[in-house]
Design a protein. Structure first.
Lengths: 475, 453
């Protein structure tokens, strides 16, 4: 509940890197009443190419069962009876990158309307039925993926009731015109508001500059004008072509047996549209020259983003870049960027870098906010820190510290059903090997300083980066 | 970490917990230890809760509780500035801290065998903080950046801050946790040192440990590291009670934005006597009836049916050291005014007072309570938060067992009764965001210069 968070007024020591995502996965930032309310809109806005860049860690002994359903879907299951709950997600290659320019927003609206009318049940009837069963509905949406998530009690009545309703949402969405027009108005209102706020202005400009005509810019192309053009037929067609059996990835964890999981996977997919996996996203072109965009805004702080096309899922440089980024700007309070920008000089509250691995090269991004008067000082410092890192790589000591944290912290990554569910979905969607988790720590341990230096040198060109500054106009 | 906290914040009803294998201990120096076993995963969360938040601050040094929280990472004699985080990171841990109106909390999440490190480090900084003027001078700049980021540049956050300030004119809840900018600009290292000296003592703290641990072993570690610390006399806490509000208050905030925004706050009680109070539970249920799921009254009628709002929500939190509030907020649809939205929300309140709620609505909220009670067991961090919140506000973790039961006992008549009693015009404060166009030629945001720059 929105105001509940505001009433707690929590102020953290630091922003721990958790990127914004679209969907009901994340609650709003702490302590801001407004954002709480606001966040409800975000799932529809689809204004960002984001999702938590989780790195998939591994642990021996997380027994993942995998099979293909009779209907053609890929299924990933972990049986766990510790708690009387069941978590399920069904995802498709149906994210914002599958939109087309003049109607950007179709993918997000399709996902958003799944739960707002299906099988003859109204949006209110659906919400009430889930609530009566104590079930919680969620969703995922990013550049690659779109889907729904369910958490339910595993007891017979609750489980069967909520699974049946969940399957109806996926398979028989109504996409009613009345609901669509209402949601379009809400999305458009959200877009107009976002166009005035420095944080959303910067991320939109960044995505456009980084990806240009590539589909990964499509999430930033959603505008009131493109949303206006979207009709019911567009959603029906998108659902028909993308929410298909062959395209479905099902992740399940919880208090059921394999036999039940097999049945559930069939139930979820039997009546999906026919179709095969189809997720052709072209490679991301590198930037020919540096781009710097300064967008004036009267805010107290400048919002600064720097970036470059980063890495893919399954990238040969994945581990080197991941460990290297921990040293550079991913390691919370102990990264070089935090040390230089925050600890030594007090120039920012939050400064970070991350790679978001996608089907193709997701963004490598550095971000910070600083008082507008010190914009150029902070920007120069960040550029210098990055340049030095690319040139020299991490020290042996830094590498060891990074490995200690990543490897030693592994158990925390899979300490709840909710977290494991997300990992199963990623493994399935990107067809990572089932041994991926088991091998993760070994792979991290093998990374050398030379590999990191080499990978950053080849992959990130500091002289051709995108820079976006919203706030101080430099005049 | 942030995810975990937020998960907690977004839970439908707070403090609905299953108190399983939980044990409480008290050291001779007054430190309370609460251990909850959860053997589902080989991890542990350790949280130190100090009962010192912005509620304990004075005018002129608002924000000092939070500033001190930042300074707690700036070194002791044994562990120099920055080393705390490095040591936790090297152990594979995650850590952070947060300050609220009622308490300040420091936490680590670790693989279970590393718990001793967390204990050792926390005990050290409970007594031996070594705060240099140079570190303070840098960190206060960081805190001011934090304030700009959270509040100055977020129009709706400004509305929230002003709403609190107007709702509580006497009680310290009227002041922002992060502090007024002018107070931050004039804060001295000594202010933070004084705060530390006043409140950081074992007898003002609760250590909460949840995870794959043996309670006796945890107790031994606590005795080893926290045991030698000395208790100290804590200052008297004055209640600073808010005088009764005798008439509606209204305020407007102008800021660069596109959409207006509306927030309403009514004074309401907090939970004081968990066994005998019933109103806070009825208010919890009321907030669930209004906004517990997307088809609850407000979203169903104002967003989905009438399209007056693009968004609307309700908040009530029963567990506070100070007084409670029952809040509404929302964004009107394009073509609808904040006045229309306010009228619609107040219309909903009137209807509730007149007709009460249906048995179906009541049962629906209760079904969600039962399920939430199970789901929250999937997160150790969340479980620790619930224990700490109750302890930190002066209630007991033992109350967690009763909480779902007490919510289950609420009747439809009680829900109507609290609506009639507390959602009354004379204790209402209304705050409105009046969006301003972004004028690139307007004078830039200015800050008052001062000596330290």
């Amino acid at each position: 509940m929105a105001a509940t968070s505001s009433m707690l007024h929590l102020y953290e020591y630091g922003v721990v890197w958790a990127r914004r995502t679209i969907g009901t996965v994340f609650a709003p930032p702490p302590c801001l009443r407004a954002n709480a309310a606001w966040n409800k809109l975000l799932w529809l806005m689809a204004a960002m190419v984001t999702s938590l860049a989780f790195v998939l860690p591994a642990q021996a002994g997380l027994p993942i069962q995998h099979w293909q359903s009779a209907s053609g879907a890929q299924v990933y299951f972990v049986e766990n009876h510790d708690l009387p709950i069941l978590d399920l997600s069904v995802g498709f290659a149906a994210g914002s990158s599958f939109d087309v320019g003049e109607k950007a927003g179709v993918a997000a609206l399709t996902q958003g309307l799944l739960s707002l009318g299906a099988g003859g049940l109204s949006d209110d009837q659906i919400s009430n039925r889930f609530a009566d069963l104590g079930a919680q509905l969620g969703g995922d949406f990013d550049a690659d993926r779109a889907g729904l998530k369910l958490r339910t009690l595993s007891s017979e009545r609750e489980r069967t009731g909520s699974l049946q309703l969940f399957a109806t949402l996926l398979q028989q969405p109504d996409f009613s015109t009345v609901v669509l027009e209402r949601e379009k108005a809400r999305v458009i209102a959200g877009l107009r508001e976002a166009a005035t706020q420095p944080e959303s202005i910067s991320s939109k400009a960044f995505g456009k500059a980084l990806y240009g005509n590539h589909p990964y810019a499509m999430g930033e192309m959603v505008e009131p004008e493109t949303v206006e053009k979207i009709g019911r037929d567009d959603l029906i067609a998108f659902h028909h072509s993308h929410y298909t059996r062959g395209n479905a990835v099902i992740a399940i964890i919880g208090d059921i047996t394999r036999v039940q999981a097999v049945q559930i996977a069939e139930q979820m997919t039997a009546n999906l549209p026919n179709g095969t996996a189809q997720s052709v996203i072209p490679p991301v072109p590198l930037l020919a020259a540096a781009v710097e965009k300064r967008i004036p805004h009267p805010a107290a702080q400048s919002h600064i983003l720097l970036g470059y096309p980063g890495m893919k899922r399954g990238d040969p440089d994945y581990y080197a870049l991941y460990v290297g980024n921990y040293v550079l700007g991913g390691g919370g309070f102990v990264s070089r960027l935090t040390e230089e920008v925050r600890e030594k000089r007090g120039l920012a509250y939050s400064v970070y870098s991350y790679f978001l691995p996608l089907r193709q090269e997701g963004p490598f991004q550095i971000g910070l906010q600083t008082k507008r008067e010190q914009t150029d000082q902070a920007l120069a410092l960040v550029r210098q820190t990055l340049k030095k890192f690319i040139q020299d790589g991490p020290t042996a000591k830094e590498l060891q510290a990074a490995k200690d944290n990543i490897i030693g912290g592994f158990p925390l990554r899979i300490d709840s059903n909710g977290k494991i569910l997300d990992y199963l979905a990623v493994i399935g969607f990107y067809q990572l090997p089932l041994t991926y988790l088991d091998d993760f720590n070994k792979q991290i341990d093998k990374v050398t300083t030379a590999q990191i230096k080499d990978a950053f040198k080849r992959r990130i060109d500091p002289d051709k980066m995108v820079t976006v500054i919203v706030g101080d106009d430099g005049k | 970490m942030r995810r975990a906290i937020l998960f907690f914040l977004s839970a439908m009803l707070p403090a609905v917990a299953f108190a399983g294998n939980t044990q409480e201990f008290k050291l001779d120096n007054g430190l309370k230890l609460v251990v909850q076993e959860d053997h589902r995963s080989p991890v542990v969360v350790s949280q130190v809760w100090y009962r010192a938040g912005s509620i304990d601050e004075f005018n002129g040094t608002t924000g000092v509780a939070h500033v001190l929280e930042h300074m707690m990472f700036k070194g002791t004699k044994k562990v120099p500035a920055g080393q705390f985080s490095r040591m936790v990171a090297a152990a594979g841990g995650k850590e952070n801290a947060f300050t609220s109106r009622d308490y300040t909390v420091y936490f680590q999440q670790l693989e279970k065998s590393r718990l001793e490190l967390a204990m050792k480090l926390e005990a050290d900084r409970m007594a031996n903080l070594n705060m240099s003027d140079a570190e303070f001078a840098k960190e206060i700049q960081v805190v001011m950046e934090e304030r700009r980021w959270r509040t100055e540049d977020k129009p709706q956050a400004q509305v929230g801050e002003q709403l609190m300030s107007s709702t509580f004119q006497t009680h310290p809840y009227g002041r922002p946790v992060i502090g007024w900018m002018n107070d931050l600009e004039h804060m001295k290292a000594q202010d933070a040192r004084d705060w530390y000296k006043r409140w950081y003592a074992p007898n003002n703290a609760t250590l909460v440990v949840v995870g794959d641990v043996d309670p006796q072993q945890v107790l031994r570690l606590a005795q080893k590291y926290f045991g030698p610390l000395k208790a100290q006399k804590l200052p008297e806490r004055k209640p600073q009670g808010e005088p009764e509000q005798k008439g509606e208050r209204r305020l407007v905030v102008k800021a660069p934005a596109k959409l207006p925004y509306l927030a309403l706050a009514y004074h309401a009680p907090s939970l004081r006597d968990p066994k005998n109070d019933w109103e806070p539970y009825a208010l919890e249920i009321l907030s669930g009836v209004l906004d517990g799921n997307p088809a609850s009254r407000l979203n169903r009628d104002l967003v989905r049916r009438d399209r007056i709002a693009v968004d609307v929500s309700v908040g009530y939190d029963a567990v506070n050291r100070g007084p409670g509030l029952f809040e509404f907020d929302g964004t009107p649809s394009e073509g609808t005014s904040v006045e229309d939205l306010e009228a619609a929300i107040r219309g909903q309140i009137e209807q509730l007072k007149q007709d009460g709620i249906s048995e179906e609505e009541l049962q629906r909220v209760k079904a969600q309570v039962i399920a939430a009670d199970v789901y929250q067991r999937d997160s150790m961090f969340y479980q620790a938060m619930q224990i700490g919140m109750l302890e930190g506000t002066g209630l007991s973790w033992r109350h967690l067992k009763d909480y779902p039961r007490r919510l289950q006992a609420v009747t439809a008549e009680q829900v109507q009764a609290v609506a009639r009693k507390y959602l009354v015009d004379d204790t209402l404060t209304v705050a409105v965001l009046d969006p301003q166009p972004i004028d690139e030629n307007a004078p830039k945001h200015k800050e008052v210069p001062h000596g330290r720059h």
